[in-house]
Write a protein of this length. Structure first.
Length: 153
């Protein structure tokens, strides 16, 4: 691989494009491999607690997205690996749990939950077996068991 260092004015040449790295964010949460700050996770969960308790309406999309993404990142750091994909549409998906690495196509071990169910699991308000038996989450594959890593607090 060849890396060229070009001056800023190089992009003005006809037919020449300069690509610059872009730092992407996910709803205000910077996509990162570092462990989330426990205080940030607590604050994000506090913002949706009344909704989980049934005492308030659905929180703003940004608050819900932040809580989901931070708890998924916390899970990813508690159970590093890439053998299981955990999906919480439409907000995020992470790979976790040590084992055979999945790289292409549909992963063999998938856990999928709606945001409310995921947050209840992440907070310890719902047990893994209860969610699976009640059909609140979709689980496929022999490694798709998160009971050892939940709650993520």
């Amino acid at each position: 691989m060849i890396i060229l260092c070009l001056p800023d004015w190089a992009g003005c040449w006809p037919g020449f494009t300069v690509y610059r790295p872009v730092r992407r964010t996910l709803g205000g949460v910077v996509a990162s491999r570092r462990a989330p700050d426990p205080g940030e996770v607590r604050d994000a969960l506090a913002a949706v607690t009344a909704w989980l308790d049934g005492q308030a309406g659905k929180p703003a999309r940004a608050e819900l997205a932040t809580a989901v993404r931070l708890t998924l990142r916390a899970l990813q750091h508690r159970a590093p690996g890439s053998s299981v994909e955990v999906r919480v549409p439409p907000f995020a998906a992470v790979q976790c749990i040590a084992g055979p690495q999945h790289t292409r196509g549909n992963p063999p071990n998938v856990v999928e939950a709606d945001p409310r169910t995921w947050l209840e699991l992440a907070c310890g308000r719902m047990r893994w077996a209860e969610a699976v038996d009640g059909g609140r989450i979709s689980v496929s594959g022999t490694r798709a068991d998160l009971s050892d890593w939940l709650p993520v607090d």
